[in-house]
Design a protein around this ligand. Structure first.
Ligand code: G
Ligand code: G
Ligand code: NA
Length: 253
């Protein structure tokens, strides 16, 4: 990737934007939240997906500035929905490296105060790529956020090597079932078993469970029958700009 050299300009010129994918109640279809997904509006390459630039951002010294820009846009959106009468929590993806940065919790809590939002309106989505040797630092960072009332989710649950040991070390409020399992659940006994086990775990530990990548009605129905209350995916909506999501909320769709 040769885009790395352009990152300072991209941050300075606010070329990073965020789209929001609704999270819905799988029974009623009601929107119960939204996940912020970063995009790079590159002046000549157009819209670039995070998978093509996140690694470069994480390797650069610009991760704190990037993360703060994304968080700020996510909270601006949550504030605007709340002001319009839709009090939805917003979920923001966090790079593992941010969790090793002792300044991260303070920065997050300062942004919440700046937008005058209660901490429980923010869900931080963590991935399982954290290594156990880093857990002491990560634990301190996350405890500060959790104690302040910020909600934590384990993303792509079931795909990592350490899902269960991670869960025992880092208490979270929510598990997100990786879309690979939803995609395969109709044809793979193993995928369906992972989903059932995750839902059991969620019930035992009183965690919310959200299914990702729900693309069709049979998947929605099967998940609902298994006791999965929430989901997101193309069946409901693709990631949308904040204003378009608000318009959809106002239409009631
Ligand atoms: O929306 P899309 O399919 O392009 O997202 C690809 C991946 O990038 C997703 O797995 C998502 O978790 C990750 N991602 C999207 N936005 C952000 C972000 O703001 N920060 C981090 N760290 N990851 C993100
Ligand atoms: O796991 P994570 O939250 O990082 O993944 C979010 C990614 O999944 C985003 O890139 C988003 O665009 C993508 N996505 C969202 N809904 C669907 C879907 O229904 N099907 C597929 N294939 N991808 C989806
Ligand atoms: Na995510």
């Amino acid at each position: 990737l040769t885009l790395g050299g352009e990152l300072p300009r991209a941050v300075a010129d606010h070329e990073f934007t965020v789209n929001f994918q609704p999270i819905v109640d799988l029974g009623s279809g009601e929107v119960t939240g939204a996940e912020a997904l970063a995009r790079w509006h590159h002046p000549t390459h157009g819209l670039i997906d995070p998978l093509r630039f996140l690694e470069a951002v994480e390797r650069s010294g610009l991760l704190p500035a990037f993360a703060e820009a994304i968080l700020d846009q996510a909270l601006t959106a949550a504030r605007s929905w709340r002001d319009a009468g839709f009090d939805l929590p917003v979920s923001v993806n966090v790079s593992p490296r941010s969790l090793l940065d002792a300044r991260f919790p303070g920065a997050v809590l300062a942004r919440l105060r700046a937008h005058d939002l209660p901490p429980d309106r923010l869900v931080l989505e963590l991935t399982e790529t954290l290594t156990l040797s880093q857990l002491d630092v990560v634990d301190r960072v996350l405890s500060r956020l959790r104690d302040a009332g910020v909600r934590l989710a384990l993303d792509d649950f079931g795909t990592g090597y350490s899902s269960l040991s991670l869960l025992s070390r880092i208490p979270v409020h929510e598990l997100k079932i990786d879309r690979s399992f939803v995609d395969a659940m109709a044809t793979s006994t193993e995928a369906a078993a992972v989903i059932r086990s995750t839902l059991d775990l969620g019930r035992s530990l009183q965690l919310d469970v959200v299914a990702e990548g729900v693309e069709n009605e049979p998947q929605r129905h099967a998940l609902w029958e298994l006791g999965c209350g929430s989901g997101q995916g193309h069946l409901f909506a693709r990631p949308l700009p904040a204003g378009a999501l608000l318009a959809a909320l106002r239409r009631g769709s």
